[in-house]
Ligand binder design. Structure first.
Ligand code: HMG
Ligand code: MG
Length: 296
């Protein structure tokens, strides 16, 4: 049985723009964020507080947080204490921490093993929860690692359980390199749904590298998932995951959900207007089905 409603967590301003070769000016990013909000998006990753040496595209995080209108849940991503401090100082009220299930990916992405990252994150997350901040935990390479291959579901569950025991509000479980298929998506999300506490929000984050993301979303819906990370225009990818391309396009997911009578509260035309703002600043043409139709 499919749900009547689903929640879209827009990750375009963060996942979408972190992997772009062009640096998008901060005022354009802020207008993009505003336009996305106006299309009906209520939860969004707006930027990340990471090393500007590692990800120069996100060097303007302070400006993005302070200048973006405070509507809905606006999440900023960060892997460490320094990022959390800067994020809270800038006025952020929701924080996403991130870690990879596989050591090799985590090393490439954050320069630490998974265990080292978890050790560092525990007191940070616990303090954020004491301070009443919404905390989301993003779990990369939950299905496949670009260096280690298939990840077993017990390892992914173990990380999810650890985060849950610290009191995180949401787990975003990611197919970082877009390799999972619908059967694997159904199996992992059914397993996580069964094993994890019902109080934690469970979200699916699919990259569309091999064009399986819409099918994976349908499979995840059948496993009881009703929250999806998506990126306007299908932009995105992790600079430290070789071969990863964009997230599944928000407009295509919203269209598919609406067509199946699953409400999202998002207006596709307004979403496409938001994409128009950014289309001239990105290196590749926007190839989503719904944006192409809108442009015809
Ligand atoms: P490091 O070089 O090992 O550590 O980087 P460091 O402590 O020496 O830091 C290097 C420099 O960055 C220092 O500056 C720090 O102060 C500074 P310097 O002293 O050389 O001038 N620095 C920071 N600056 C601003 N904000 C911070 C911060 N932290 C340190 N928070 C580090 C370690 C973790 C910093 C680095 O590896 C890093 O920034 N990694 C982030 C990589 C990243 O952003 N990846 C993409 C996001 S995750 C993703 O896309 C996956 C996801 O979408 C889900 C999925 O699809 O799988 C979420
Ligand atoms: Mg991602």
């Amino acid at each position: 049985i499919l749900p009547k409603k689903a929640t879209i967590i827009e990750v375009g301003p963060r996942d979408g723009l972190q992997n772009e070769s062009m640096i998008v000016p901060p005022d354009v990013k802020v207008r993009f964020i505003e336009a996305l909000q106006q299309s009906g998006i209520t939860e969004m990753e707006i930027t990340s507080f990471v090393s500007p040496k590692w990800v120069p595209q996100m060097a303007d995080a302070v400006q993005i947080v302070s200048e973006s209108p405070k509507n809905g849940r606006q999440i900023v991503l960060t892997p460490n204490e320094k990022g959390v401090v800067r994020a809270l100082e800038s006025g952020a009220n929701s924080v996403a921490v991130f870690v990879g299930v596989s050591d090799s990916f985590n090393k490439k992405n954050i320069n630490k093993t998974t265990a080292e990252s978890m050790h560092e994150l525990k007191p940070i997350v616990e303090q954020l929860k004491k301070d009443g901040v919404f905390v989301r935990a993003c779990i990369s390479t939950a299905f496949y690692c670009p260096f280690e291959g298939k990840i077993n579901k017990e390892s992914t569950l173990a990380i999810c359980e650890e985060f849950t025991s610290w009191g995180v509000d949401e787990l975003s479980v990611a197919d970082t390199i877009g390799m999972a298929d619908p059967v694997e998506s159904y199996e992992l999300f059914s397993y996580l749904k069964e094993e994890l506490s019902e109080t934690v929000l469970l979200t699916a984050h699919f990259h569309d590298t091999r064009k399986m993301a819409l099918a994976n979303i349908f499979a995840s819906l059948q496993a009881g998932i009703d929250r999806f990370d998506t990126s306007a225009g299908g932009l995105g990818g992790c600079p430290f995951a070789p071969g990863a391309t964009g997230n599944v396009a928000t407009e295509d997911v919203v269209h598919m959900l609406h067509h199946m009578d699953i409400d999202t509260g998002i207006d596709i035309n307004k979403l496409c207007e938001a994409i128009d703002l950014i289309a001239g600043y990105v290196s590749k043409p926007i190839e989503s089905g719904m944006y192409r139709l809108y442009k015809q």
